[in-house]
Design a protein around this ligand. Structure first.
Ligand code: ZN
Length: 113
């Protein structure tokens, strides 16, 4: 009994989903974190702290040019370290990505942006 030739299949990689999957908890975290970090930045500026913790240069890019980073790794919003103001530092976005490239933030969401 002849065997039919196997259909040639091209190995097409599955398209990556564009939309980030979000859980309600994640959504709440994002909003809570957004307002928390924005307020924290304001407090830092009010206190005269406006330098990048990595390179020491002044953060003059406005709020969008500032990333709030966790000094010590945390396990997500339920971790006390997450909303611990002593665990925060301000970084340039570029300095931040350089840091996270070396030490993965460990939040388990994969890469952002
Ligand atoms: Zn910097």
């Amino acid at each position: 009994m002849p065997t039919a030739p196997k259909p040639h299949r091209r190995n097409v990689p599955a398209p990556k989903p564009q939309a980030r999957r979000r859980t309600p908890a994640q959504d709440g975290y994002d909003r809570r974190w957004a307002s928390f970090s924005a307020q924290w930045i304001q407090e830092q500026f009010a206190a005269g702290n406006y330098r990048c913790a990595a390179c020491g240069k002044i953060l003059d890019g406005g709020r969008s040019g500032i990333h709030v980073d966790h000094k010590r790794p945390h396990n997500g919003p339920t971790d006390p370290l997450f909303f611990d103001e002593d665990n925060l530092q301000m970084l340039h976005p570029s300095c931040h990505s350089r840091k996270t490239a070396k030490t993965d933030g460990g939040f388990g969401n994969g890469k952002r942006g």
